[in-house]
Design a protein around this ligand. Structure first.
Ligand SMILES: [Cu+2]
Length: 123
């Protein structure tokens, strides 16, 4: 005997749509997981309005994830025109994701304290 869980219900199309959305989301995550390049992780701190270290290195042609730890008591804004990132960082830790990069030098700074500068070297 066939068991129909949602007989002639108006709810059915909604449930079907929901199921399709869930499936699509699952597929999206799966393909991202299998196809995404392994991202390179870096870490940098800001203390007394100075980046430590002042220079980071990363591999070319891979997504980059930088953990920026703000050790000062004031918020800072991690910004870079060439990296196309701009993110306010409260006195805590945050990850800044950077696009895939060609080899080169990418300068970044604290937009709230412009003398605070560093460079990401991609090779
Ligand atoms: Cu800014």
């Amino acid at each position: 005997m066939q068991v129909n869980l949602f007989p002639r219900s108006a709810v059915r199309p909604v449930r079907a749509l929901f199921a399709i959305t869930l499936l699509a989301t699952a597929l999206l995550f799966t393909s991202e997981h299998t196809n995404a390049q392994q991202s390179a992780n870096g870490a940098i701190s800001v203390k007394d309005h100075r980046f430590q270290p002042g220079q980071l290195s990363a591999p070319a042609n891979r997504p980059i994830s930088i953990r920026v730890k703000n050790l000062d008591s004031a918020p800072m804004e991690f910004e870079s025109v060439s990296l196309r990132v701009e993110k306010v960082i409260a006195p805590s830790s945050e990850v800044v994701n950077v696009r895939v990069l060609a080899p080169g030098r990418y300068e970044f700074f604290d937009d709230f304290h412009q003398q605070t500068r560093g460079v990401l070297v991609v090779e």
